[in-house]
Design a protein around this ligand. Structure first.
Ligand code: SF4
Length: 183
């Protein structure tokens, strides 16, 4: 057989093997991840991208992974948890990432502004001893984040103490018990 044809066949076989291995590992990743149906058709859009905005307040962040389905961008954040669950702090964190994504003027995002929408539901990727579980998180509106930021800034200036936890049971595992004015 012509050596050029043999080389072409070898190259083609190598290429097909690489594609096949890639497809198999991707399929295994999807199985191991136990992705929820809402993310099953998602493609990775950005990972650990630094972002910074000045309005409505100065904010810097690096969302873990952003997935894309059509024109929708979906935020995820990974946490190690004994039990797969999302706390209010996770909700705030993912919501701040949405604010960053919507407002950031980074070049990778700027040219797409107005064409893509950030999903109102983000996902907490919980790594537990029983495997990986995705927990949906309804994101907070911008007005809530602006208010939270104002309260945080006021508490930093000692003008206002944070409100106590509504349920004393929530204080049990709190690392700030020793210095908390409500205890
Ligand atoms: S100890 Fe204080 S800071 Fe901690 S959860 Fe309770 S009220 Fe909040």
């Amino acid at each position: 057989m012509n050596p050029i044809v043999i080389m072409a066949v070898v190259l083609l076989a190598t290429l097909l093997s690489v594609l096949l291995i890639g497809a198999v590992s991707r399929k295994r990743w999807y199985v191991d991840e136990t992705l929820p149906p809402a993310l099953a058709s998602a493609r990775l859009y950005a990972s650990e991208q630094d972002m910074r905005i000045r309005k409505p307040f100065l904010l810097v962040g690096r969302p873990d992974q952003i997935f894309r389905i059509g024109k929708r961008l979906i935020l995820t954040d990974t946490k190690r948890r004994t039990v797969a669950r999302a706390y209010y702090s996770d909700r705030v964190q993912l919501s701040l990432y949405r604010l960053l994504l919507e407002r950031a003027a980074n070049p990778w995002w700027w040219f797409l502004r107005g064409r893509l929408q950030v999903d109102p539901v983000g996902w907490l990727r919980c790594i537990t001893t029983n495997g990986i579980k995705y927990v949906p998180v309804k994101l907070l509106e911008e007005t809530v984040l602006v208010d939270l930021n104002a309260r945080y800034q006021a508490s930093q200036r000692d003008e206002r103490y944070p409100s106590p936890a509504p349920d004393p049971g929530l204080c049990r595992g709190c690392q700030y018990q020793a210095e908390c004015p409500h205890r």
